[in-house]
Design a protein around this ligand. Structure first.
Ligand code: AMP
Ligand code: GLY
Length: 438
């Protein structure tokens, strides 16, 4: 089996590492990859959004399976594109482990996602969508909501398109700036205005082959740069999986009220979902409500969840594309995974790059020998045989343990062996969850 994986973050190194552990693998390519992925496959200089280039590479290298790591190629329609190319040559040469462009609108358009949820009675915050044509009616809707006010750019905005403000006048001004001032370009030509949900955030992951699905469990992401959830948002500073308050009854509600109706609703529209579904949820007094859908795995949640999966990663990815997910051997380890990211000095605003990374431990990527610890590269690259920093989030460390305390202590111990100039990490990953474990 020859595989092309698209992306370059910690999520993609986790994919690459577990793909490399499968006996089904012949050759793995990663575009563009990072230093970590280069230890388990061959990095290639391809633009994942240049679909012709991706297709030509697939044919030249006899790729069987294409795995998009992030949302950009999915929302731009790579799955449909490859399908058309297969039809043109008259055989299903390349299969894609990811949803089609219709399903990807769940992530690519907040308005599409909200309308879908309302149509299928999936619990979510009350909302209305505005654009330049109905902007004048937004005052009345805003006035009907309790503060704070939540404004969301409809399209992809690299995680920055959500603005929450306590002040009604400011909400009106920002809404104007988003729609008329093109604050997020075309992405904010439509804006979803919604009710603020009070509760604790949690992510739940599922994977489907279009017919059946498996639940990959829950995770909590730590988005702010500093301890105690202070400072600006980042791509994610760490994760814990599973989340202790996501007990059997909560997860049953998520499955019955959200996951099953989502997959059923898409299938009824003629677009069965084939891929990873990532639900951003708010636990509102024990009731899960959807804040957002993503149509791919999360980063850093993947680095916490994949080490807990007991299955052949290639079998799982192939089943997404070809069906048969119900037949694969699949278990989720009961242990807790703690992931902590080390980030570059200056992150998340300006980022220092090019500092050499040293590892006092003998193994520098993937699973640590004889341990339940993993090192996943993100913003790293090889330069003159050295591994150097090459982005904001640099290295994620994951440890599996018997409890949150056990897993986080071991993760921090492993992270202390990774050194580079300007290195920074949060020191409180998982601490807020301890109150749910007593
Ligand atoms: P999103 O990009 O939709 O995930 O939104 C970014 C962040 O804004 C979420 O992770 C939440 O912390 C927050 N958020 C979004 N929607 C709401 C809401 N309706 N109520 C409360 N917080 C929200
Ligand atoms: N961890 C959040 C995301 O991947 O979108």
């Amino acid at each position: 089996m020859n595989i092309l994986l698209l992306g370059s973050g910690g999520r993609e190194h986790a994919y690459a590492y577990f793909i490399s552990q499968s006996s089904l693998l012949n050759k793995l390519f990663i575009a563009p990859g990072n230093a970590g992925t280069s230890f388990v496959g061959e990095n290639v200089d391809l633009n994942p959004l240049n679909f012709e280039e991706v297709w030509n590479f697939c044919i030249a290298q006899k790729i069987d399976l294409l795995v998009p790591g992030n949302e950009d190629p999915l929302c731009a329609g790579i799955t449909d594109f490859i399908q058309v190319k297969n039809e043109e040559i008259g055989s299903r040469k390349v299969v894609v482990a990811g949803p089609d462009q219709f399903c990807s609108q769940l992530e690519g358009s907040k308005d599409f996602a909200k309308e879908f949820m309302v149509d299928h009675q999936i619990p979510t915050a009350k909302y209305q969508t505005f654009d330049e044509h109905n902007l004048s009616s937004s005052d009345a809707f805003l006035a009907s909501l309790e503060p704070p006010y939540v404004l969301k750019a409809d399209g992809l905005a690299a995680g920055k398109g959500v603005i929450i403000t306590e002040d009604l006048q400011e909400a009106k001004n920002v809404l104007n700036q988003m729609i008329l001032g093109k604050m997020f370009g075309q992405s904010s030509s439509k804006v979803v205005v919604e009710e603020f949900l009070k509760g604790i955030e949690i992510s739940v992951f599922a994977v489907s082959d279009g017919d059946d699905y498996k639940i990959l469990g829950s995770a909590k992401d730590y988005k702010r740069i500093f301890d105690h959830d202070l400072g600006p948002n980042t791509g994610g500073m760490g994760a814990i999986s599973p989340v202790p308050f996501a007990d059997i009854s909560f997860m049953k509600k998520v499955e019955d009220d959200i996951i099953r109706p989502t997959f059923k609703g898409l299938a009824e529209k003629g677009h069965p979902f084939r891929g990873f579904l990532f639900l951003g949820l708010m636990n509102v007094n024990g009731e899960p409500k959807v804040i957002e859908y993503n149509v791919r795995m999360g980063d850093p949640e993947t680095e916490a969840i994949f080490p807990r999966l007991e299955c052949d990663m290639i079998e799982l990815l192939l089943s997404i594309a070809k069906g048969g997910i119900s037949e694969i051997d699949f278990e989720l380890k009961p242990q807790t995974a703690a992931t902590v990211f080390s980030v570059a000095g200056g992150y998340p605003s300006s980022v220092e790059k090019g500092h050499e990374i040293s590892f006092t431990s003998p193994k520098i990527a993937g699973k640590m020998p004889d341990q339940d610890g993993y090192i996943f590269h993100a913003g790293t690259k090889l330069a003159d045989q050295k591994i150097v920093t090459n982005g904001g989030r640099v290295i994620a460390v994951t440890y599996l343990g018997d409890s949150i305390i056990d897993a986080t202590e071991k993760a921090y111990e492993l992270l202390s062996k990774v050194q580079f100039e300007g290195k920074f990490n949060r020191t409180d990953i998982g601490k807020d969850l301890l109150k749910f474990t007593q």
